[in-house]
Design a protein around this ligand. Structure first.
Ligand SMILES: NC(=O)c1ccc[n+]([C@@H]2O[C@H](COP(=O)([O-])OP(=O)(O)OC[C@H]3O[C@@H](n4cnc5c(N)ncnc54)[C@H](OP(=O)(O)O)[C@@H]3O)[C@@H](O)[C@H]2O)c1
Length: 216
């Protein structure tokens, strides 16, 4: 299969391209800094330099064309509210429109556990802009007509992946929300193989169920 990862030099993205390219797939990784090209190439993916914040929709669609699925793993990383809105909301929506223009129907979004329009985060909270942006981007994806899967990992860690997670229903409390980025990468790979995950939002944390079983 031919996969394209947006935000290809991110920590989740590099782990994902290693798994997908290692599995024999053809992976294109969109990065904004050409200095990151070698790191991406080392994972077996092909870097394409494109800033999704400023790229024209046609340029995005051109890069997406010919791929079987798009994976959104980019994020402003808690920058200014303006950049958070520009990347996590506007560029994400733009990429969904471009996916449709390019005829790529499968789209996997890395969101976060608890992303929803009624998130309840007060406007005075620094997390508010991110909560708004991710919830609105997820909602746009649900209404896009794309074959989407929205992944909602908890607090990301750099722990070694265990290959096991626990799915978390919306509003459900968990003792820990720690989620290994490696497990997220494996969840992305599992979602891409799982037609059953189309149209689903799957919250999860590190846990005790094999990832493949969660996505079966
Ligand atoms: N942190 C958490 O606990 C948590 C929890 C749940 C979900 N999440 C979500 O998971 C996502 C992935 O996490 P991560 O740890 O892999 O994040 P990360 O390492 O910060 O990666 C995000 C990537 O997005 C890229 N990016 C930003 N703006 C871009 C642009 N305009 N054009 C192209 N690429 C751009 C960044 O590029 P540069 O390398 O050039 O900056 C970076 O490589 C996060 O963005 C967040 O939305 C995070």
């Amino acid at each position: 299969m031919k996969y394209l990862i947006i935000g290809g030099h991110g920590k989740v993205a590099l782990l994902t391209s290693t798994i997908l390219a290692g599995g024999g797939h053809d992976v294109t990784s969109i990065i904004r800094n050409p200095d990151h090209s070698d790191d991406v190439t080392e994972t077996g993916a092909t870097p394409v330099v494109l800033d999704v914040e400023t790229a024209a929709r046609d340029d995005l669609a051109g890069a997406f064309s010919g791929h079987d699925a798009i994976i959104w793993a980019a994020g402003a990383g808690g920058g200014s509210p303006a950049r958070t809105r520009a990347v996590d909301l506007e560029a994400a929506k733009w990429s969904m429109d471009a996916a449709k223009d390019a005829g790529v129907s499968r789209y996997v979004m890395v969101s976060y556990l608890g992303s929803r329009l009624d998130h309840g985060v007060p406007e005075s909270d620094p997390f508010y802009t991110y909560a708004e942006a991710k919830a609105k981007a997820d909602e746009y994806l649900r209404g896009s007509g794309l074959d989407y899967t929205i992944l909602g990992p908890g607090r990301l860690t750099l722990d070694e992946p265990t290959g096991k997670i626990t799915a978390v229903e919306q509003g459900e409390q968990t003792t820990s929300t720690d989620t290994s980025r490696g497990n997220v990468a494996h969840a992305i790979a599992a979602a891409l193989k799982s037609p059953a995950s189309n149209g689903r939002t799957i919250g999860f944390v590190d846990g005790d169920t094999p990832i493949e079983d969660v996505f079966a």
